[in-house]
Design a protein around this ligand. Structure first.
Ligand SMILES: [Zn+2]
Length: 326
C-alpha cells in the first residue's frame, strides 16, 4: 500500500486542563497509593537528571510548557488497520501542534513503513528547536514472527526515524528540571496497576469537572510485568475485545523495566485514551505495552510525574468505539 503524507491536513483541538497545586496533588496521590500498596509515598521533589541510568530519557527533566498530545487512535487499527493513510511524523506534528523543541515521551505505534512490520513504540525524543539539542532515544518492540519472541530496537540509531503509525499518546515538555511528583510503591495489595490507581484517585478527589493530565516515567525495580506487543496487522477484522486479545502477543517481562506514561483523570470530550504506558528494558532487551505487574509481593516502583497544562488532540478519528483501550 502507498504511504500517506505526513504533512497532510489534520484536525487539531486543544483544551486547558485543571492544574492543581503540586503539594495538594502529592497528598491525594499518597493517599490513594496507600490503598493499593503496602509501602508507598508521593512527595514533591526536584526532578533528578533523568538522562542518567536507569531512566535513559532524552532530556534531563519533564518540566516547562507541559502538554498532553493524543494523535490518531485505536479506530485507526480496529476493526481494520488503515495504516497506509495514517502515517505521522513528530517533526511535522511539532509544526502543527506548536511543539518545536519539545521533549516527547509516551506510548504509540512504530511505523510499518520504517520497521517492516506493525510494532510498539516508546517515544523518547527531543524535537528540533533552539533550546536542547535534538536527540532520539525512541525504542520500538516488535514480534519476531519465527519464534514469537519480542525484539527491542533503537528507533533513533537503527532507523533514524521520527515517523509513526495509527496512534500515539505523548507527554510533551520543555525537558527542563523543576518540581515533580516522586512516587514510590511496593508490594501491591489492591487490583489496580500503578497508573490506574493514581488516575482513579485523582478523579475521585478532584471530580470529572476538573480534568487533570499527567505524564512521566516510572521504573519497575523488581518483580515482573504483563505486557503486550502488537504482531503484524491482522488480515481479518478485529470486532471485539476478545478478537484484539487473541491477536496480540502477551508477555511477562522482567525488571528492571522503564516505563513512559501518560494519563488523564477525565476525558473532556476529545475521545481520549485515558491512560497509556509503554516501557522497555535495556538489560533484558524487551519492551511493550504495560498492563500491570504480575508479582504483587515482589513489585517495586519508583517514578517521576508532572502535570500537563493543556491537552491537544490531533487527527481525532471520525468513527470511534471503545474497543482496545485497555
Ligand atoms: Zn500501547
Amino acid at each position: 500500500m502507498e504511504k500517506g503524507d505526513v504533512n497532510r491536513e489534520m484536525g487539531v483541538q486543544a483544551a486547558a486542563l485543571f492544574v492543581p497545586d503540586l503539594d495538594d496533588l502529592a497528598a491525594v496521590v499518597a493517599k490513594v497509593l496507600s490503598t493499593n500498596y503496602s509501602v508507598s509515598s508521593c512527595t514533591v521533589v526536584e526532578c533528578p537528571d533523568l538522562t542518567k541510568p536507569p531512566f535513559d530519557l532524552a532530556a534531563p527533566g519533564i518540566c516547562g510548557k507541559t502538554k498532553l498530545v493524543e494523535i490518531g487512535g485505536v479506530p485507526n487499527l480496529v476493526p481494520e488497520a488503515k495504516y497506509a493513510e495514517k502515517v505521522y511524523d513528530f517533526e511535522a506534528l511539532g509544526k502543527l501542534a506548536n511543539l518545536d523543541g519539545s521533549f516527547v515521551l509516551g506510548a504509540g505505534a512504530g511505523s510499518k513503513h520504517v520497521v517492516g512490520v506493525n510494532c510498539e513504540m516508546m517515544p523518547n525524543l527531543i524535537l528540533e528547536g533552539e533550546k536542547h539539542a535534538a536527540k532520539n532515544n525512541t525504542r520500538v518492540a516488535r514480534v519476531n514472527a519465527e519464534n514469537d519472541k519480542c525484539v527491542l530496537e533503537h528507533y533513533g540509531e537503527k532507523y533514524d526515524s521520527k515517523e509513526f503509525c495509527l496512534l500515539c499518546n505523548a507527554f510533551c515538555s520543555a525537558g527542563d528540571s523543576g518540581k515533580v511528583l516522586k512516587v514510590v510503591a511496593k508490594v501491591r495489595t489492591g487490583d489496580d496497576n500503578l497508573v490506574s490507581c493514581i488516575r482513579k484517585g485523582i478523579l475521585s478527589h478532584y471530580g470529572p469537572e476538573k480534568p487533570i493530565g499527567m505524564g512521566g516515567t516510572f521504573l519497575i525495580k523488581s518483580g515482573k510485568v504483563k505486557t503486550h506487543v502488537m504482531p503484524d496487522f491482522c488480515s481479518c477484522p478485529l470486532l471485539s475485545e476478545e478478537d484484539v486479545a487473541n491477536w496480540l502477543n502477551f508477555y511477562e517481562m522482567d525488571s528492571p523495566f522503564m516505563c513512559l506514561s501518560t494519563f488523564i483523570s477525565q476525558d473532556p470530550g476529545l475521545d481520549l485514551r485515558v491512560e497509556h504506558t509503554h516501557g522497555y528494558s535495556l538489560e533484558n532487551q524487551q519492551g511493550g505495552h504495560y498492563h500491570t505487574d504480575v508479582t504483587p509481593d515482589q513489585i517495586e516502583y519508583v517514578g517521576y510525574f508532572n502535570v500537563a497544562q493543556e491537552i491537544v488532540r490531533v487527527d481525532k478519528p471520525t468513527e470511534t468505539h471503545m474497543i482496545g483501550r485497555d
